[in-house]
Design a protein around this ligand. Structure first.
Ligand SMILES: [Zn+2]
Length: 326
């Protein structure tokens, strides 16, 4: 039995999982996220150490370590940009990690496999191998959180792209006259269909006089967050339900584009916003089925909710290190 250790660097925590090649999580650890690039290598190594302590068995079964980070990571594992940590461009994470990890893990199992990749790519690998993508050859995982990430598996292999920057689906433009995105353009999908996007749609509804009660309940328009919209919608508030309806339209728009582009066996919705999936996803999926060119018959690409929860990225980073996917 081979074990891979996967690390998922989030905005608040680094989650580490030891995962067998059958997909079983056999150890876990979590540490606070680093705020600087100098701390990044230390925290990743400390997380591996904590996972090994939780694992308790000989390290010789650990064949590889994978790490997923939010941002652009090239094929060599060199960071180009990472959310929450400034000034990472050019950081060769594998070069910094390898000697320290080989010190922790020993060399009895042969050369350590070390993979550093985008966090949504990792989540896609995890869901495809051991989650909601099991049983199909092609899947797209869309991670909905503060922004939107994506990962694509075709014919059982991760699609990396020429530069390893494939599947940045959050920056597909869905409205050229929409609000400005962090990438510098207007109307990217994540400006509408992420958690931040849901809050934007709610604030827009308030400004247009369509949701005065939402702003009042939140204590002002600036305090209005996605969680409040979700809570109000699930309590039956009609203003919130209308905002969720708009959100559903935008989520469905991007999903339809992805279905047309790649014809996957499934589109999997994950990320932090999936916790509110029972409120947000049914209207979005209904809208998607109603507007997608393929109708709701056998040509339709099913949209499903992710099944690995917050562990998807860490499990997927381990999957990449284990070489479970091509
Ligand atoms: Zn953008």
């Amino acid at each position: 039995m081979a074990i891979g250790i996967g690390l998922d660097v989030g905005g608040t925590k680094v989650l580490g999982c030891a995962v067998t090649d059958a997909g079983e999580v056999v150890a876990e650890a979590r540490l606070a996220s680093p705020a600087t690039k100098e701390a990044l290598v230390d925290v990743l190594c400390a997380c591996v150490e904590a996972v090994l302590a939780d694992l308790g068995s000989p390290t010789s079964t650990v064949v590889g370590v994978g790490a997923g980070l939010p941002g652009l990571v090239d094929r060599a594992g060199v960071l180009h940009e990472t959310a929450n940590i400034h000034d990472v461009a050019g950081l060769d994470l594998p070069a910094s990690l390898r000697p320290r990890l080989e010190g922790l893990l020993g060399s009895s199992a042969g050369p350590l496999v070390l993979v550093v990749d985008n966090d949504a790519t990792c989540a896609a690998a995890g869901e495809h191998a051991f989650g909601a993508g099991q049983g199909v050859t092609d899947s797209i995982t869309v991670t909905l959180g503060t922004g939107i990430g994506g990962g694509i598996v075709t014919a059982g292999s991760i699609v990396h792209g020429e530069r390893n920057f494939a599947a940045e689906v959050g920056h597909m433009v869905v409205d050229p006259s929409g609000p400005r995105c962090g990438c510098g353009r207007r109307g990217c999908w994540e400006r509408f269909a992420s958690g931040t996007g849901l809050a934007y749609l709610a604030r827009r509804a308030v400004l247009e006089g369509r949701a005065p009660g939402l702003a009042e309940a939140a204590g002002g328009i600036e305090a209005l967050r996605a969680e409040q919209v979700v809570a109000a919608a699930s309590a039956g508030d009609p203003e919130a339900a209308a905002v969720v309806g708009e959100y559903a339209d935008y989520l469905a728009l991007g999903l339809g584009n992805l279905a047309e582009l790649l014809d996957p066996g499934r589109i999997i919705l994950g990320g932090g916003l999936a916790a509110a999936g029972s409120v947000l996803f049914p209207p979005a999926i209904a809208r998607y089925e109603a507007t997608c060119r393929r109708g709701s018959g056998p040509r339709q690409v099913p949209v499903v909710t992710a099944s690995l929860g917050e562990r998807a990225g860490a499990i997927g980073a381990a999957v990449l290190a284990l070489g479970v996917l091509g």
